[in-house]
Ligand binder design. Structure first.
Ligand code: G1P
Ligand code: ZN
Length: 542
């Protein structure tokens, strides 16, 4: 039986760059999740009888919302849902399922790298039939519906068993519970030289993959240990837990410090990597050397042809604006296009769909390619492994040779988290107001060449996205970028991105923060970060 349930709108359901993210207690309010899911369905057209993919990163409240989504999909007229066993689907795996089975779209439950648990974060996002995040047009339509919603539809069905692989009927709809790993593992096998990787591990190569008790655990176990023969114990913290073991599943140098310390220590394995809550981010650390995500996308692009899936070469590279220009130099050398997009993976989708770019990356540890329409943590790890195997060199050798060839882009991001929203806005407004007067002036002895608020003109659909981050460019190519996070769930987060290009080979082993010290000071001089935020230093430096 289908019930139509009367409801009242919640005013705070505006999806951000990666869907709707709120604390669990917010989602637990009466009809909160239902309202948002119904608003997604209401904003879509033509899905009667079609298939919807449903899965999540396993965090607290995942199972409850999956049951709601199944019952609502049935009531709204979907013909079938495909659900990851145990409610598990990493974001890239969900993107793959949507594409591979030509489904209508998918609902992914995740708050990415944010902590999980009864008082932590939860999220719902919708991905379209290309497997990518809903475009802005659609998220705007969803938001508009959330403000007008007066009822939702739900089928009266018993709890569906999502732990047993197989097909059942529920509310007049087919529910197929699928192995969350198999299709993804098969896709990876089609892109990378698994034979060469098996030989690599057989030869004694040792790696550490930290799944951070999040969704990539089962994927890493199956691919690295079962299929590639890496020793047991290669995948660590591989059981997804609703609260990620109480940790913050963000693979950066703060939250994965134990991995960093191990990789810098005397008994470091050859290669270290980690992924985040929903499996789309990656952290890459070679023995004794951390690879910044901006460098990683450049190095992957420069060497991608060594993997079977990319042997024909790349069509182009896309990077988000705050990501360092290291990839630009690779694109220039390869004679292919380079695209600079606003922050957020959805802007890459058009370029990938149009065949203009093959590899994309963000400074925030997201790297991916045209194999799906999301960034993909394990994909980046496997491409690194394929390159290490093909070149027979260490990560350190590959990195230092890359710098010798292209120069080094020193790069760091300083985050000021949970600052008061008014103070953060005041900083940005003040900076924006003086942009026109900055060019030609000097700060800390460095001359400002240009200053603007980044606007993106999508070359595929012609849409324009304004106010995507304030950039201050200095003579010589150094720059500082300021933007406010669109994914935080409490207060505002100011992100300051600092970059300096160093062509001189003999100056490639400086400490990053020291190499950037003048620019860091210049950023504060220009934007008044300390004065506005009241903070003496950033909360996180990556
Ligand atoms: C952050 C990252 C951005 C990434 C997004 C989703 O967004 O900076 O690169 O696409 O998470 O993973 P932000 O909080 O900066 O808006
Ligand atoms: Zn993520």
């Amino acid at each position: 039986m289908i019930r139509t349930v009367a409801t009242k709108p919640y005013p705070d359901q505006k999806p951000g760059t990666s869907g709707l993210r709120k604390k669990v207690p917010v989602f637990q309010q009466e009809h909160y999740a239902e309202n948002f899911i119904q608003s997604i369905f209401d904003a879509l057209d033509g899905f009667k009888g079609k298939t919807l993919v449903i899965g999540g990163d396993g965090r607290f409240y995942n199972r409850e919302v999956i049951q709601k989504a199944i019952a609502m999909a049935a009531a709204n007229g979907f013909g079938k849902v495909m659900v990851g066993q145990g409610g598990i689907l990493s974001t890239p795996a969900a993107s793959n399922i949507i594409r591979k089975y030509k489904t209508f779209g998918g609902i992914i439950l995740s708050a990415s790298h944010n902590p999980g648990g009864p008082h932590e974060d939860f999220g719902i996002k919708y991905n379209a039939s290309n497997g990518g995040p809903a475009p802005e047009k659609l998220t705007d339509a969803i938001f508009a519906r959330t403000k007008a919603i007066s009822s939702f539809k739900i089928a009266d069905i018993a709890t569906v068993d999502i732990d047993t692989i197989g097909t059942v009927e529920a509310g007049g709809m087919t529910v197929e519970v699928i192995d969350p790993v198999a299709d993804y593992a098969e896709l990876m096998e089609s892109l990378f030289d698994f034979e060469a990787l098996r030989r690599l591990f057989k030869s004694g190569f040792r790696m550490r993959f930290d799944a951070m008790h999040a969704v990539t655990g089962p994927y890493a176990k199956e691919i690295l240990e079962n299929r590639l023969g890496a020793p047991k114990g290669t995948a660590r913290n591989f059981i997804p837990l609703p609260d990620f073991g109480g940790h913050h599943p963000d693979p950066n140098l703060v939250h994965a410090k134990h991995l960093y310390d191990e990789m810098m220590g005397p008994d470091a394995p050859d290669f270290g990597a980690a992924s985040d809550g929903d499996g789309d981010r990656n952290l890459i650390i070679g023995k004794g050397i951390f690879v910044t995500p901006s460098d990683s996308v450049a190095m992957l692009a420069a060497n991608a042809h060594l993997a079977p899936g990319y042997k024909a070469g790349l069509k182009g590279i896309a990077r988000s604006m705050p990501t360092s220009g290291a990839a630009d130099r690779v694109a220039e050398k390869l004679g292919i296009g380079i695209y600079e997009t606003p922050t957020g993976w959805k802007f890459f989708g058009n370029l990938l769909d149009a065949g203009m770019a093959t590899i994309c990356g963000e400074e925030s540890a997201g790297t991916g390619s045209n194999h799906v329409r999301e960034k993909d943590g394990l994909w980046a790890v496997l491409l690194w492994l394929n390159i290490l195997a093909a070149r027979g060199e260490s990560a350190r050798e590959i990195v230092t040779q890359h710098w010798a060839t292209y120069g080094r882009n020193y790069y760091s991001r300083h985050d000021y988290e949970e600052i008061e929203i008014d103070r953060a806005n005041a900083l940005v407004d003040e900076l924006r107001a003086k942009l026109g007067s900055l060019p030609g002036t000097s700060v800390r002895g460095m001359k400002i060449a240009s200053a603007d608020d980044f606007a993106y003109n999508d070359p595929v659909d012609g849409s324009i996205s304004k106010n995507q981050g304030i950039r201050i460019l200095f003579d010589g190519g150094s720059r500082v970028v300021f933007r406010l996070s669109g994914t935080g769930t409490s207060g505002a987060t100011l992100r300051v991105y600092i970059e300096r290009y160093e062509p001189d080979n003999s100056r490639h082993d400086l400490d990053t923060q020291q190499a950037l010290a003048d620019l860091i000071a210049a950023a504060d001089d220009t934007a008044g970060i300390r004065a506005h935020t009241g903070r003496a230093k950033p909360s996180v430096i990556t």
